[in-house]
Design a protein around this ligand. Sequence first.
Ligand code: FNR
Length: 182
Amino acid sequence: MTKTLNFAAISGSLRKGSHSTSVADTLQELVPEGVTVTRHDIDDIPLYNEDIKDGDTSPQAVRDLAGKLAAADAIIVVSPEYNRGTSGVLKNTIDWMSKEPNAPFSGKPTLIITQSPGATAGLTAHYDLRQVLSVINASVQPGFEIAIGGSAGKIEDGKLTDSDTRDFITKQLKRLTETAKG
Ligand code: FNR
């Protein structure tokens, strides 16, 4: 029997029409059979501030997300590049997660995808994320970077449509699935 797996996806962009979110929302079409991908919003995650904790307890939205990520078999982070790094909202979310008692990224198979309408494909943000996620002990999927250049021309109606890019991501999701199966 095929083992069922649940992957969690996060988009590092809050805007409607985000290319990062479109890529995240295409992943379900590209994963192997038996894998479910659920994208979790980060819109409600507040700016990191220890003063808004109630003792050791973080805001509800932070705890909810940490619970969902901790329950996932793998996490997929899809990010834009802002000024040669990841987006502030994504870094802020990772910072919150790093301080949660259940440490949802720690030891978790984690796949990074970056995209940019430009030619450089968000590769610098990609390595920014590899560094940040490695520090919090995420098990970042090694190998070729999924970095999508010219993303605006590869997405239509909120889905990634470019066939070469879809094929490449499909292969990397298969590898992630093998890693997550252990
Ligand atoms: C950008 N953009 C950008 N692109 C890039 O390739 N390298 C960069 O360093 C930056 N820097 C940057 C900074 C800021 C503040 C913004 C708002 C934008 C362009 C960015 O890649 C583009 O807007 C993407 O479409 C954003 O991703 P979403 O929102 O479509 O997911």
